[in-house]
Design a protein around this ligand. Structure first.
Ligand SMILES: *Cc1c(COP(=O)(O)O)cnc(C)c1O
Length: 396
């Protein structure tokens, strides 16, 4: 069975050029970057080169990049590290309802440390409004953290506008750019953010590597104590092969960005068009234009997303229902709920996320499989009032 992977927002395979770049650092060049001798210096140079490559992708300076174990650690470092620096009277954290669990859970933890957490709402397209941010980013705010692009529906957030408001008031601004990276242009100067989190495995580098951008002059307490690695901002001997891989992946992402956007948006639109024109009672979740070029989230009424996912899996097609972290649990997606979508509606929602390996043939095979499976499931579905004709209003 040929398999089709349409779950690139959950993770990506390591790019062959990334793997090739990493391999020497797993055998010959095995030195510790902190060592003075040749072995150490070779490794140090590789880490420095990677830091430059990461910095170049986001318009930063190399000393502003700290390597971490992934997106989750970068986010924890940004949020907890800023909260700790502000533990005086700035006890407010402003975030949104549609953040990744890494942000939401970290903020939840800080509530137990006497921080007040404000979750900004989103509109029907899953976008935060800068006006609502302006209302709550007060002088006693320690941090504002809003994701750049949502992992479930792909909606791109007005981070630049919100960062402008935060900066005017002297408040530190973090953005979780894990999904945006490599898919849309990301520039820390243009965005005006102080902190930005990245992850390797969403951009064809390995799992377990990431980076945190810390604007020069911004004070963030470390999460991990030990040696003087990463300018004492993140202790622990560097994961040299993975860092080299992340650097290479960032270089590729930068070179391929424009081509990638055009190619993926065309494939995504072909998928969307195929689904909407052949299957009745389907709704787009997320913003129709202002979203990631590779992401499509749709709701198939009268269907259980989990059954659709499993039926597609039997045919070798991998998609996601809700976010990867919540699938398996049948609670509705917090992102779709925040967008005002009812639990019944969000049940039938599927995320398709495309990537480097996706072809037109994959898209066409997926549309064909969906037509067949959705038809079959709707015939069986007790949720469906009149399964054969598509255009019945759904019963709420
Ligand atoms: C995947 C993801 C993360 C977590 O990154 P890891 O490297 O898997 O820890 C954080 N935020 C978003 C938006 C993500 O998609």
């Amino acid at each position: 069975m040929s398999r089709i992977f349409l779950d690139y927002n959950a993770t990506t395979p390591v790019h062959p050029a990334v793997l090739e770049e990493m391999l020497p650092y797993l055998h010959d060049i095995f030195g510790n970057p902190s060592s003075i001798h040749w072995f150490g210096q070779e490794a140090r140079q590789a880490v420095d080169r990677a830091r430059q490559q990461v910095a170049d992708l986001i318009g930063a300076e190399p000393p502003e990049i700290v390597f971490t174990s992934g997106g989750t650690e970068s986010i924890n470092h940004a949020i907890r590290g800023t909260a700790e620096m502000n533990s005086g009277n700035s006890r407010r954290i402003v975030t949104s309802l549609i953040e990744h669990r890494a942000v939401l859970s970290t903020c939840e933890f800080l509530k137990s440390k006497d921080f007040q957490v404000i979750h900004l709402p989103v509109d029907e397209y899953g976008a935060v409004s800068p006006e609502s941010a302006a209302d709550v980013i007060t002088d006693d705010t320690a941090l504002t953290t809003i994701m750049l692009a949502n992992n479930e529906v792909g909606t791109i957030q007005p981070v630049q506008e919100i960062a402008g408001i935060a900066r005017e008031r002297g408040i530190v601004m973090h953005t979780d750019a894990v999904q945006a990276m490599g898919k849309i242009p990301v520039d820390v100067q243009q965005l005006g953010v102080d902190l930005l989190s990245l992850s390797g495995h969403k951009v064809y580098a390995p799992k377990g590597i990431g980076a945190l951008y810390i604007r020069r002059g911004v004070k963030v307490a470390p999460l991990i104590y030990g040696g003087h690695h990463e300018r004492t901002r993140r202790a622990g001997t560097e994961n040299v092969p993975a860092i080299v891989g992340l650097g290479k992946a960032c270089e590729l992402a930068r070179k391929e960005l424009d081509n990638g956007i055009t190619r993926l948006a065309a494939l995504r639109d072909r998928l969307e068009e195929g689904i909407l024109s052949h299957i009745p009672d389907v709704q787009l979740n997320g913003h129709p234009e202002n979203r990631l070029p590779n992401t499509l989230n749709v709701n198939f009424s009268s269907i259980e997303g989990e059954s659709l996912l499993m039926n597609l899996d039997l045919l070798g097609i991998a998609v996601s229902a809700g976010s990867a972290c919540t699938s398996g649990a049948s609670e509705p997606s917090h992102v779709l709920t925040a967008m005002g979508i009812s639990p019944e509606q969000s049940q039938g929602s599927i995320r398709f996320s495309l990537g480097l390996g996706t072809t037109e043939a994959d898209v066409d095979a997926t549309v064909k499989a969906l037509i067949e499976i959705v038809g079959r499931l709707r015939e069986l579905s007790p949720l469906s009032t009149n399964p054969k004709s598509g255009n019945q209003p759904s019963e709420e």
